[in-house]
Design a protein around this ligand. Structure first.
Ligand code: ACO
Length: 332
């Protein structure tokens, strides 16, 4: 069996320009900047306009990644599109993106959904396809128009989310390059699946007049404390395991990029794995929780600012509805 190494060859992001601050929420519901800042570290988030969709946001992010990689879009063998709530149920978002990017080579198009962990699930799938010599270039998207499922009514969940798209081009590395995937872990604890869910809108519970009258068509059900505790425990466990199994240890790690859901979760995980603050990359204050877009957006910003350099080691970890969890350790 062929064995190749995977590298990140390009990164991109898109954020809507409309900023919604914690003070804007104060006008909508019984909340305040101090509560949101203290509990989550979030100060503001971006909200898409009606014409901005997950596909349009991803198109902008993907173009950045393709330009950075310096390849022709027709060299892409597969589009792997993580989205929790797609613009429409079918055809899949990846097919829409293929058209928007002008790709005519009939490459494979697949949507996946592991919620906020989905980008790292996609990373793992893409790595195995590249490693085994099946594909050379895979465009991985994490994109979420969370405002489409944010009812902006329930203060427990409304303040947490923001809209964004992140794109990463994963490519076969040359033998001489140091870039590689050092380890991945995926998992899910379905016994806690009801602690974060959107019950309505699928085939089991289509939106009815009664659901709309009860104002539940965009109802997100969340037990914040169960999600918080599980997230911290699992992300810390995956991080420690990846650092140990790779032989890298904490000293060999340059950057830690956890899913940007909540600053307290990020800090708690970092504390459990003894990761110093100067290795953590976070932007949750500016963008809130953009679900599966949060890690690819953070990587793009850190590469663009010159923080992340070729050869650096990066530990990424995430959790999301399911409750899914994931960890990926790479040499960039
Ligand atoms: N403004 C003011 N008060 C609020 C708000 C708000 N926006 N939201 C909740 N409260 C109140 C509640 O009504 C409750 O009041 P009560 O005590 O009178 O009943 C109180 O604040 C809740 O306090 P705590 O339970 O102590 O809040 P906690 O410290 O647990 O923080 C939070 C809540 C921020 C939701 C936290 O549990 C958390 O971050 N959990 C993880 C959530 C998460 O990350 N979800 C998404 C993950 S998956 C994904 O990314 C899709």
């Amino acid at each position: 069996m062929a064995s190749f190494k995977t590298k990140i060859s390009g990164t991109g992001k898109y954020h809507p320009t409309k900023v919604m601050t914690n003070f804007d929420f104060e006008k909508l519901m019984d909340t305040n900047d101090q509560w949101i800042t203290e509990r989550t570290g979030i100060k503001e988030r971006r909200i898409a306009k009606p014409e901005e969709t997950t596909v349009s946001m991803s198109t902008a992010a993907a173009k950045m990644a393709i330009t950075e990689a310096g390849i022709d879009p027709n060299e892409i063998d597969m589009i792997l599109f993580q989205v929790t709530m797609p613009d429409q149920f079918f055809p899949n978002s990846a097919s829409f993106l293929q058209e928007a990017l002008g790709i005519t080579n009939k490459c494979a198009c697949l949507d996946i959904n592991a919620a906020c962990s989905g980008y790292l699930y996609g990373f793992t799938i893409a790595d195995s396809l590249i490693k085994n010599g099946i594909y050379k270039n895979i465009l991985l998207i994490g994109a979420e128009k969370t405002s489409a499922f944010n009812g902006f009514k329930d203060r427990n969940t409304a303040v947490l989310f923001g809209d964004a798209a992140g794109a990463t081009l994963l490519s076969r590395a040359e033998r001489s390059e140091s870039s590689e995937v050092l380890g991945t872990i995926l998992g899910s604890d379905s016994s806690k699946k009801d602690s974060l869910a959107m019950p309505n809108g699928g085939a089991a519970s289509p939106i009815t007049k009664e659901i709309i009258e009860r104002g539940e068509e965009k109802l997100v059900v969340m037990n914040g404390q169960v999600v918080f505790k599980t997230a911290v425990k699992t992300m810390a466990q995956y991080s420690a395991e990846l650092l140990e199994k790779s032989g890298l240890g904490l000293d060999g790690l340059d950057w830690f990029i956890p899913h940007q859901a909540n600053l307290r979760i990020i800090e708690a995980v970092a504390q459990m794995v003894n990761c110093p603050a100067n290795k953590i990359i976070s932007n949750v204050d500016k963008y809130a929780n953009t679900s599966s877009a949060s890690i690819p957006v953070t990587i793009n910003e850190a590469v663009a600012s010159g923080k992340i350099k070729r050869g650096d080691t990066i530990l990424m970890t995430a959790f999301g509805a399911g409750l899914t969890s994931a960890g990926v350790l790479i040499r960039y």
